[in-house]
Design a protein around this ligand. Structure first.
Ligand SMILES: Cc1ncc(COP(=O)(O)O)c(C=O)c1O
Length: 389
């Protein structure tokens, strides 16, 4: 056979091999759908569930395996599965662990799309989803039925900020053979050690602090138990929840600075929250590190930090029209969902429509405190207060 390739084939095939021995801090970005096998025997012996070899891009590349291993280590777990968003990670857990006839318990303050997923499971999949008071603690025992398979916890709720008693919920659940999944997004796996407090599954929206740039969607499901991981990885495979190599790289790139960013968000948010607490426009500051926040004592016991996300309740004399005017008048704070990026954000929530037993009549506004100078953020809020007569 002529060894000279035609230009057309040379566009596709090359015998060049880069020299061995290259080293640098960033890991390589492996883009792959097709993964190549040395021979048919290697292809036949590959097991997509094992992370010690490669079978297909969906099941992992060095880039995604490395990120998974790092996230598992940071969170104190053993295994990790990546998903294309935090919500996809939540869905993966539910579809892995719940089947027709089962029951799942969710906190009443749960991330709203997780609540919506519960509604969908109830309406179309023969699974009951029931909602519990996030401050229920050991009282969750009374809600557990023989068909209850999973309890979701969120610490704290990412809008109304109640801090659940995770160890009490886990104890009651485990005594009855029920698994507990923790949405640990607020703490980025840094300020709350979910596995040490009893969670079986820790889920993270890496979209927030891990990526840190408001430019990536990704989620992770971390476990400490191989059988549980295998059950969830079946759903990962069946649902096809692969992530892109460039996104995995961006998250990996964010990790080394996450501690510094998280602590800076935390310090700025506490300064801003303290200032807001002294303002006549604000009735309550819902920040877990502040005594007004339900579950504050639990936060003091279980958490080592807080990050940049908290909410306030306006005094009732301000109608929704006025508080909307306040949010519209903000200049540095932009209006938008999510958090964990450098830009400060503000979002008004119709919390009274979201929660049946919500008592406060005032408007709730959630702040994500970014990495700007706090005195500029305070000045921004002060001028926006001026727009509310
Ligand atoms: C508490 C919480 N969990 C999960 C998610 C889902 O993350 P993603 O936006 O990556 O789907 C969010 C998103 O805002 C969230 O706030």
């Amino acid at each position: 056979m002529n060894t000279r390739k035609s230009p057309q084939t040379a566009l596709i095939h090359s015998d060049y091999q880069a020299p061995e021995g290259f080293a640098a801090f960033p890991g390589a970005i492996h883009h792959a759908s097709t993964v190549l096998f040395k021979n048919v025997a290697a292809m036949r012996s590959g097991d997509w569930k094992e992370k010690n070899s490669y079978t297909y891009g969906l099941h992992g590349t060095p880039t995604t395996f490395t990120l998974e291993a790092r996230l598992a280590e940071i969170e104190g777990g053993e295994q990790c599965l990546l998903a294309p968003s935090g919500l996809a990670a939540i869905c993966m857990v539910d579809f892995a662990l719940l089947k027709s006839g089962d029951d799942v318990l969710l906190p009443d303050n749960v991330y709203n799309p997780n609540r919506e997923l519960g509604r969908w499971l109830s309406a179309d999949f023969g699974i009951t989803a029931r909602y519990y008071d996030p401050l229920i603690g050991e009282g969750i025992a009374a809600l557990i039925q023989p068909n209850t398979k999973l309890i979701w916890t969120e610490a704290p709720g990412s809008v109304s900020m109640e801090v659940p008693d995770l160890p009490a919920i886990c104890k009651a659940a485990h005594e009855r053979g029920v698994l507990v999944a923790l949405d640990n997004t607020w703490s980025a796996g840094l300020a709350l050690r979910g596995f040490d407090l009893g969670a079986d599954i820790v889920m993270q929206a890496l979209t927030k602090y891990q990526s840190g740039g408001s430019d990536v969607l990704m989620g992770a499901v971390i476990t400490r138990d191989r059988d549980l991981h295998d059950r969830i990885s079946l759903a990962h495979m069946r649902l096809g929840l692969g992530v892109g190599a460039d996104d995995a790289y961006l998250v990996s790139r964010g990790l080394p600075t996450m501690r510094l960013r998280f602590d800076a968000h935390d310090a700025a948010a506490r300064k801003l929250a303290a200032w807001l607490q002294g303002r006549p426009e604000i009735k309550r500051v819902l920040h877990p590190a502040f005594p007004d926040c339900p579950g504050h004592e639990t936060w003091k016991r279980d958490f080592s930090g807080a990050g940049g996300l908290f909410s306030v309740i306006f005094d009732e004399r301000y109608t929704e029209e006025l508080t909307d005017r306040f949010v519209d008048a903000l200049k540095l704070f932009k209006i938008g969902f999510s958090w964990g990026g450098p830009n400060s954000l503000a979002v008004p929530y119709r919390i009274q429509h979201m929660r049946k037993n919500w008592q406060d009549k005032g408007t709730l506004v959630r702040f994500n405190v970014g990495l700007e100078d706090v005195s500029d953020l305070i000045a921004d809020i002060e001028q926006a207060f001026g727009e509310m007569p």
